[in-house]
Design a protein around this ligand. Sequence first.
Ligand code: UDH
Ligand code: NGS
Length: 372
Amino acid sequence: MVSFQSKWRYLFMFLGVQLVVMALLSREGYQRRVSYFMRIFRKSDGVGRNLSATGSDVYANLTIVARAPSSSEVMTYCPQTSPFIRGPIHVSFPSGLTLAQVQRKNPLVVRGGRYRPPGCESRHSTAIIIPHRNREHHLKFLLYYLHPFLQRQQLNYGIYIIHQAGNYTFNRAKLMNVGFREAMREENWDCLFFHDVDLIPEDDRNTYICDANPKHAAIAMDKFGYKLPYNLYFGGVSALTPLHYLKMNGFPNNYWGWGGEDDDIGVRVSLGGMHITRPSVRVGRYKMIKHKLDKGNDINPKRFNMLAKTRQSWKLDGMNTAEYEIVRRQHRPLYTNITVDIGTEEGLHKTPAAAQPEPVDPAKPNQEQGKS
Ligand code: UDH
Ligand code: NGS
């Protein structure tokens, strides 16, 4: 029989062990703790590739993917389907990641966030356009996952961050118009992916190439239970060729603040005589980095009225009327950063002090200033 005294001893020992475990766990980031335990409890994903349900490391065997050809090898086109595609990717957000680490892990990415497969001529060239302001902590994770993801697909690619200058209300769709024009100025991309900064693709079979019609790639997000929230949803990540883009007169410039602009873009697809294509829900999976509505991006109360008029407005407002001023263009190691003054609802030069462009540093060689 256990005495009363030894019962207390066991109880204290038990509490002591719990305290030590809690102290150890609290030294790690919350995400890491949770994903570690989730990985233990989950079973195989059923894709038949011996991967766990949370997928494989997006950097696995990247040195093989990145292998340079020997001098005797003749450069031919890359295969139709990249042999480096593996399927589900494990996505988590460990604390302490730095851009320098991302850079070290992607040695073949060159200035401006550009890449070409070293061993073969890519069949596809894709520009990734990311609207951005005050989301550096999300950008770091997106770059960490996106670079190896695109390299696995053997794409010729470039990553463009379109950074809205000043504090005036955010305008996602207008930044996309800027991204389209400025990316096409640099290279004749055959496909453009318009990509929210907080969405991480979870399966590399979701190829970042364009279809015959505009493609909505983010069909299955974790926040919507990995299914479409509604049939016409066109938000998050979408892919258009330059021809698609021009057929629908690009995106609207007049949606200031949160909501509706992606629905307007979806309607423009059909007004331009096209339809939306999508990958399968098994493949078009994304994990969203959780966040709240940003300061400077309040819900747009006019969005429903504006949406009701898309049929009348799409030819009058879009790529043909996008007015902006480039503040600076920086070719950084992992991406091209385009800082732009997009003005306000009143127009480009009727800007309040908030939308003043950032000063250009003459000491920096990669900056250039110019008008659209
Ligand atoms: N973005 C920024 N900075 C901002 C606002 C938006 O970079 O200040 C960009 C970023 O790429 C982001 C995208 O615009 O991924 C879309 O903005 P969002 O993430 O705020 O929109 P989303 O609909 O999430 O994905 C909103 C969460 C709260 C919605 C509440 C309304 N019901
Ligand atoms: C719709 C919004 C879209 C938005 C989508 C998902 O209601 O812009 O919800 O929002 N349309 C309008 O407001 C007209 S989310 O759940 O991501 O916050 O993208």
